[in-house]
Design a protein around this ligand. Structure first.
Ligand SMILES: *[C@@H]1O[C@H](CO)[C@@H](O)[C@H](O)[C@H]1NC(C)=O
Ligand SMILES: *[C@@H]1O[C@H](CO)[C@@H](O)[C@H](O)[C@H]1NC(C)=O
Ligand SMILES: *[C@@H]1O[C@H](CO)[C@@H](O)[C@H](O)[C@H]1NC(C)=O
Ligand SMILES: *[C@@H]1O[C@H](CO)[C@@H](O)[C@H](O)[C@H]1NC(C)=O
Ligand SMILES: *[C@@H]1O[C@H](CO)[C@@H](O)[C@H](O)[C@H]1NC(C)=O
Length: 440
């Protein structure tokens, strides 16, 4: 594999970054990435309850999803929030200036829906907008932040997705998102605050991620996910291109949100679904599925409920992984886990050919010291495979399908450690000795 990658690795060895701790939003929530279901990508703004009652945005949809979450193991796997997106409200506020649900599609109102969702041991999410209108043209919250926060709290809402459309001036976005954060706090109710502040600021300037992290529990950075490989790839590429800025601010209480999981829908192949689930775990992303839990194939369900990937996603250390190497059409991403472990994703981005073997040597990884002097390597997806005890210099051959991803967990084994100098020497030796074919 490409030599330029090796030199990059050599440069990385011995480089230590010192990062000052920053204080995330202090509401005690989202200590690990939020898990749940969100209607948008699959159900969008379908309000045609007369002709499409099964799929329209109505209280029935969320009640049925809540039922399925309990019935089909989603809740046991960790999925907890049932989230409403745009198009739930009436076009008019009530006489007291409060938002109200569309009376025809939500005859019981949101409070009753929240009670129902809570009775299942789940939580309810709702949607509003920082500007004058929601993206689909329903009433916005600008000028009503306190009223709307109080209304949501009274209803028993547990999460707010706050969109960023129709802000009269982009320079007001920061203020608006911060004001709503304060308004939510004032209600005294614990409400996860999901923002889109950086997404709407990026066209104008580089957002202040310190301020964002102090204000929100998670934040969207990039365009809406679509049910396609093109979209998933674009999200991954954007994240890698901005990782030095955004990965460093993620941690318990505040996460980068690459948008919904579209697994179980129509647009991704098996391997591409494996890649989305693996990479959302590596990125410490909120796991908000947008699919139809009433009609989902068993393979997609198994993948979304994969306990190894969920454990990586929910790891208590709360560090977001980074892309650390790229070459020959492959990408390597590393996410440090608790107890000195490491999660490793190897993606085959080639869209031609068959399964390819990717030669991996742990000494070449940024986090090579998780295997000093030895480690235990386990491939957890797409197939579970125990690879046994390794030293940093033994080559691992990982087969990956085109557009697929293999995920490994590396567990350190204690012993007499190599010094960084010794490892450097070995890396140099490996890079010279191409015949061995052990380099990345
Ligand atoms: C935010 O709150 C401050 C203080 O109450 C107020 O002056 C400002 O207009 C508010 N901005 C927005 C966008 O709501
Ligand atoms: C409000 O913020 C304070 C600290 O800023 C925090 O201690 C408290 O838990 C927050 N309350 C809610 C309901 O988020
Ligand atoms: C970013 O926000 C933080 C926290 O609010 C603030 O202290 C800092 O000055 C801001 N940075 C810039 C460049 O505006
Ligand atoms: C990811 O990279 C950024 C800088 O490139 C760094 O600040 C951050 O700590 C890295 N994250 C991990 C988990 O290594
Ligand atoms: C390696 O890890 C696997 C999976 O956690 C475990 O079953 C196995 O016992 C471990 N082997 C060693 C030698 O630690």
């Amino acid at each position: 594999m490409a030599r330029s990658i090796l030199s990059a690795f050599n440069l990385m060895l011995g480089v230590t970054a010192f990062i000052l701790p920053v204080q995330p939003l202090d509401n005690g929530l989202a200590r690990t990435p939020t898990m749940g279901w969100l209607h948008w990508e699959r159900f969008m703004c379908n309000t045609a309850c007369d002709t499409d009652p099964h799929n329209c945005i109505s209280e029935k949809l969320y009640m049925e999803m809540a039922d399925m979450m309990v019935k089909d193991g989603w809740k046991d796997a960790g999925y907890e929030y049932v989230c409403i997106d745009d198009c739930w409200p009436s076009m008019d506020r009530d006489p007291k200036g409060r938002l109200q649900a569309d009376p025809k599609r939500f005859p019981g109102g949101i409070k009753k829906l929240a009670d129902y969702v809570h009775s299942k041991g789940l939580k309810l999410g709702i949607y509003a907008d920082v500007g004058t209108k929601t993206c689909a043209g329903y009433p916005g919250s600008l000028g009503h932040y306190e009223t709307d926060a109080e209304t949501f709290a009274e209803w028993g809402v547990d999460l707010l997705k706050f969109d960023g459309c129709y802000m009269p001036k982009w320079t007001l976005l920061a203020e608006g998102y911060m004001n709503m954060s304060i308004a939510l706090n004032k209600t005294g109710r614990s409400i996860v605050y999901s923002c889109e502040w950086p997404l709407y600021e990026w066209p104008f300037h580089q957002p202040n991620y310190t301020a964002i992290q102090q204000t929100c529990n998670h934040w969207r950075n990039f365009a809406d996910v679509f049910d396609s490989w093109t979209s998933v790839k674009a999200i991954l590429d954007w994240t890698a291109a901005h990782q030095s800025l955004i990965a460093a601010v993620a941690g318990p209480g505040g996460w980068n949100d690459p948008d919904m999981l579209v697994i179980g829908n129509f647009g991704l192949s098996r391997d591409q679904q494996e890649t989305q689930m693996a990479m959302w775990a590596i990125m410490a992303a909120p796991l908000l599925m947008s699919n139809d839990l009433r009609d989902i194939d068993p393979q997609s369900r198994q993948l979304l409920q994969n306990r190894h990937l969920i454990a990586i996603n929910q790891d208590p250390l709360g560090k977001q992984g980074n892309r650390t190497a790229k070459g020959n059409g492959f990408e390597v991403w590393e996410r440090p886990l608790s107890e000195g472990r490491l999660a490793l994703a190897v993606t085959n981005r080639n869209e031609i050919g068959g399964p390819s073997s990717f030669p991996l040597t742990i000494a070449l990884l940024t986090n090579w010291y998780c295997c000093n002097p030895q480690c235990n390597a386990t491939q957890v997806t797409p197939k579970y495979r125990e690879l046994g005890v390794q030293n940093p210099f033994t080559p691992l051959h990982i087969m990956v399908n085109p557009t697929g991803t293999a995920v490994l967990v590396i567990t350190p084994i204690k012993g007499q450690q190599y010094t960084p100098q010794q490892v450097k020497k070995w890396v140099h030796y490996l890079s010279e000795d191409k015949a061995k074919n052990t380099v990345l």
